[in-house]
Design a protein around this ligand. Structure first.
Ligand code: ADP
Length: 651
């Protein structure tokens, strides 16, 4: 990169200021120098050319008049300019001309003494203090012309001899040019150093500014985080305390308290997921897992989860199918849902009146299909100078946003990172007071291979998962729940028993492996982090010992790569904690149905490589819905127990 490109506007401004200071300072020095020279010229005239006597008349030598009036003329214009226009190009050009004419005057006054010619070289050196090569041009021309003219017509005045070679002026001019070359190189060197210094200072200032901004953002983030964590936590602790002390309270009130505890817990969970996600995105490690999925189903799933939020706020939320869309696309469905949830969630959050609309369309660009998703709202809008920044982490439009709407400023940074990782773009348009429109453009591959469907009809057939979960019946099935946490064990057992299953439990992998040997289980629910023997070792051991039925991994490690790790260990499916009842049931139902279809076949090879196209990626961050019926006394007990140990777990 050239130094000009590196010179930022502020560095250029600083450099200009520096040149201005140097020029003004040198102007002042020359003003003093010229004045001193004037006095010097008068003294020289008096000393070298004293009175002359003509008869009885005593008169001053004309040199004295020349020194006084000629020198005065040479000084007055530059002095005027130095006082009125310091630092300007014209001022230093006039100074340069005057200074060199002064050399000529002094040479003349000294009768062309060769020593006085040194004044020329000194003057050129002084002029280089301007660090502007241009001032050397008139200076050099004046010396050359003056020496030529006087050398021809009045050689005594310049060379101190009555006759001089007609080329002598050229020799003098050549010496001046010789000095000019060195001065030119020095000035260039000095200018390069000044420029580099300006660039470095600019870079240092930028770094300092960035550090300051980062520091401010960090403080703002800590303040937001503290607020975001404390609010649900105080809800959880406060209501738990009430529930514990007021055992015989009104059941309706207790239920309400439990609901608050549950939603506060969900909020904290979402926050932790956001932080984990952001750290992955910032480290450039966001893992994208492409699976075939129906965009219509995916969109409807997100929409149905968020409709309730819009309803609570009394605003409309609609999905507009603007065109036919691809029947299936290859994308990371979990991540895309996460982005849509954030954008629609923001739309609802920042809109008090009106509506939020999700416009879904499809277009072809250069033979490539592109899914277009627009989230438009009629909310508060975003100021134009903030539009770029809101995609940066921890940035909110201003600090009043936290006070009014809550949030941490992480969602859009995460969404932006995800859409980029998916190969698409996320942009925003907004008008304060009118609303905002966020648009995702997602390339979906070769347009000729894409089958388009009328999405409006297609979307009606979605939520197969939820429907199947609702009609689940596990009568006649035996499950083994393996978890070191008593609360999780209890909860999973209760949910499965309610669905008609027979359930056994184990506290760690080692016990589970022993139990597997003795009894036939239709499926195992296996926590992956456990003391004694963890889930990975347990799954591997079970498979090694010939257990061929489904093993469902349950883990709090809500990271994408964990799914592969679990499957490599021998698990058939993967579900992230906390347990989502619908997903648990749907997964178990699908796996056990497949298992019974395959019974008698080679099940061992089937399950670890299970290629289920259900929602197996199990998005932890879409778990905004409470999947646990808190009105159920048994589940309520489990919730209370969970909440009891929550602060320890958080520690
Ligand atoms: P959070 O919502 O947690 O503050 P986000 O990263 O999702 O974090 O959003 C960052 C900021 O962008 C918000 O604080 C808000 O100022 C602004 N913003 C995002 N979406 C909207 C919207 N639909 N309308 C108005 N402002 C928005």
């Amino acid at each position: 990169m050239s130094s000009d490109q590196q010179l930022t506007d502020s560095a250029r401004r600083r450099l200009d200021e520096q040149y201005q200071t140097i020029s003004s300072y040198t102007d002042r020095l020359f003003a003093i120098l010229l004045t001193l020279q004037w006095i010097g010229a008068i003294l020289m005239a008096l000393y070298v050319a004293p009175f002359t006597w003509i008869g009885a008349t005593r008169s001053l030598h004309p040199h004295i008049y020349l020194a006084i009036f000629g020198g005065g003329t040479l000084v007055s214009l530059p002095l005027l300019l130095v006082l009125t226009r310091p630092g300007r190009l014209e001022t230093r050009m006039v100074v340069s001309i005057s200074q060199m004419l002064f050399s000529s005057l002094l040479i003349h006054l000294s009768g062309g003494r060769i020593e006085t010619h040194f004044h020329i070289f000194g003057s050129l050196a002084f002029l280089s203090a301007y660090r502007d090569c241009r001032v050397l041009v008139p200076a050099t021309l004046i010396v050359a012309v003056d020496h030529f003219v006087r050398g021809v017509w009045w050689p005594q005045s310049v060379f101190g001899v009555a006759t001089a070679s007609e080329w002598r002026w050229l020799e003098h001019a050549a010496w001046v040019v010789f000095e000019d070359i060195f001065l030119f190189l020095m000035i260039r060197q000095s200018n390069t150093e000044m420029r580099q210094l300006a660039i470095q200072t600019g870079q240092l200032e930028d770094a300092a500014r960035e550090a300051e901004n980062a520091n401010r953002a960090k403080s703002q983030f800590l303040a937001n985080m503290s607020h975001e964590i404390r609010t649900p936590l105080s809800g959880i602790l406060g209501f738990t305390e009430i529930l514990l002390t007021d055992e015989n309270g009104d059941p309706k009130e207790r239920e309400e308290h439990l609901r608050i505890v549950s939603s506060s817990g969900q909020h904290l969970l979402a926050l932790i997921n956001d932080i984990l996600d952001l750290s992955k995105i910032e480290a450039g490690q966001v893992m994208i897992e492409h699976v075939r999925c129906s965009p219509a189903s995916l969109i409807e799933e997100v929409a149905s989860a968020l409709r309730v939020h819009a309803k609570n706020k009394n605003i409309d939320f609609e999905v507009h199918w603007c065109s036919a869309i691809p029947e299936v696309i290859d994308t990371d469905a979990h991540r895309l849902k996460q982005v849509l949830t954030n954008l629609i969630g923001n739309g609802i959050k920042f809109t008090d009146n009106g509506r939020v609309t999700l416009n879904v369309g499809y277009a072809t660009r250069h033979d490539q299909g592109e899914l277009q998703l627009q989230v438009a709202d009629t909310g508060v809008g975003i100021a134009s100078d903030k539009l770029e920044q809101i995609f940066k982490p921890f940035v909110q439009e201003d600090e009043t946003v936290t006070r009014r709407f809550g949030g941490t400023g992480l969602g859009l940074a995460i969404s932006h990172g995800i859409v980029k990782a998916l190969g698409g773009t996320l942009t925003v348009n907004s008008i304060v007071g009118t609303g905002s429109c966020f648009e995702i453009r997602l390339p979906v591959g070769d347009a000729s291979k894409i089958r388009l469907v009328d999405a409006a009809t297609d979307a009606k057939s979605i939520d197969r998962l939820e429907q199947s979960a609702k009609s689940v019946d596990f009568h006649g099935l035996r499950f083994l729940v393996v978890d070191d946490g008593a609360t999780n064990r209890k909860l999973a057992s209760l949910l499965l028993r309610r669905a008609g299953a027979e359930v056994a439990t184990a506290e760690n992998g080692s016990i589970a492996c022993e139990m597997i040997d003795d009894k036939q289980f239709d499926a195992v629910l296996l926590d992956m982090q456990m003391p004694v023997m963890d889930g990975y070792a347990a799954a591997a051991s079970m498979r090694a010992n010939g257990y061929a039925r489904p093993i469902v991994a349950l883990t709090a490690h809500a990271m994408k790569g964990d799914q592969d790790k679990c499957k490599r260990a021998g698990c058939s499916e993967y579900l992230a904690k906390p347990i989502d009842r619908e997903k648990l049931f749907a997964t178990l139902r699908e796996l056990t149905e497949t298992a019974s279809l395959l019974s008698g076949g080679d099940e061992t090879s089937r399950f670890p490589q299970s290629d289920s196209d259900t929602e197996s990626e199990n998005p932890p961050s879409t778990a905004y819905r409470s999947s646990l019926p808190a009105d159920d006394p048994e589940i309520r007990d489990i919730l209370v127990e969970f909440v009891d140990t929550l602060s320890d777990k958080l520690d």
